[in-house]
Design a protein around this ligand. Structure first.
Ligand code: SF4
Length: 301
């Protein structure tokens, strides 16, 4: 596949025109199925302020139920994603106590996350009663990162009235083995979507473009898995090489590959909201990626 543009290279005129033009078929599908509006979100893990908009990290707060411990040490993360979350084990109180304090300081919702065990399960069962209390007594929005939840966890989460579970869906064995160091297969991810669906839990799957050291290995297969199940929203993110991880110096996929995937996702899921998540390369590449997302008919950024 030809590479249209790599970060750091000058942008050819023909390429610029490509980004500025709506992709007819996918954009038409979007217009047929959604109102003429797009939603822009502020990043949850980074303070931000523009002339029109400012966001506070206090409104939606991420909590790690394991602190920065995780048994997997994935190549793209090496537990770095947990560093920006509140550390529940170091807090003097329960998950409910922490949420109550956060609400006093203006929080409206919490993302309950954490590191995984060796089977990529985040230990949530111990916190289910607190989550129920957060919903019933505080009325806060709850989203959850469960990893690959088992039957018991799905059954318990079904009673919490959560806004959604967010999980990466991986369609490629090499990515599961070499990036996540996980003894699982793509069929395990499909089984989780089936399980969550059976319990009526709103699902917000994520696909990471370039998850295999910058290469697009299993993203199309992940989309094929996802489209068989009812979703609340699909979130597309792009590998963001983090310092201190095994992917520190990896190049993200080309703009052409990213744009193709946006279009295919829109065509595959014509009535499902699709968002571009905040994890994506920065600088001029980010501007082009955002333009492509809009032109391909995604619903929000
Ligand atoms: S399982 Fe999650 S927290 Fe743990 S290293 Fe992998 S991506 Fe990071």
């Amino acid at each position: 596949m030809d590479v249209l543009y790599r970060p750091g290279e000058p942008m050819p005129e023909a390429v610029l025109q490509t980004f500025d033009t709506p992709v007819l078929k996918s954009f038409e599908i979007r217009k047929e199925n959604f109102p003429d509006e797009i939603t822009f979100y502020g990043p949850g893990l980074k303070p931000h302020k523009t002339s029109e908009f400012s966001g506070s990290l206090k409104e939606f707060v991420s909590i790690s139920v394991t602190g920065n411990n995780c048994a997997l040490n994935c190549e793209h993360c090496n537990t770095k994603m947990l560093d920006n979350m509140l550390d529940l084990p170091s807090f003097d109180g329960s998950l409910f106590d922490m949420a109550k304090n956060l609400q006093k300081n203006g929080a409206k919702g919490v993302l309950i996350s954490g590191g995984s065990n060796i089977q990529n399960q985040v230990p949530l069962l111990h916190h289910i009663e607190d989550m129920k209390q957060i919903r019933t007594e505080l009325g806060m929005v709850i989203r959850v990162h469960p990893g690959l939840p088992d039957e018991k966890t799905c059954e318990a989460l079904a009673d919490v009235d959560i806004d959604g579970v967010m999980l990466d869906i991986i369609g490629d064995q090499e990515t599961i083995t070499d990036v996540y160091h996980l003894d699982a297969s793509p069929s395990d991810y499909e089984a989780v979507l089936d399980r969550l669906g059976r319990y009526g839990i709103p699902v917000i799957p994520h696909i990471v473009l370039g998850h295999y050291f910058g290469k697009m290995n299993g993203e199309w297969a992940a989309l094929d898995i996802i489209k068989k199940y009812p979703l609340k929203t699909l979130v597309l993110v792009i590998l963001l090489p983090l310092t201190g991880t095994g992917m520190e110096s990896v190049m993200p996929p080309s703009l052409e590959e990213i744009g193709d995937f946006f279009e295919t996702a829109r065509l595959s899921l014509p009535t499902t909201p699709i968002l571009l998540g905040c994890a994506r390369p920065l600088g001029s590449m980010k501007i082009k990626i955002d333009q492509m997302a809009i032109n391909a008919g995604l619903n929000g950024i």
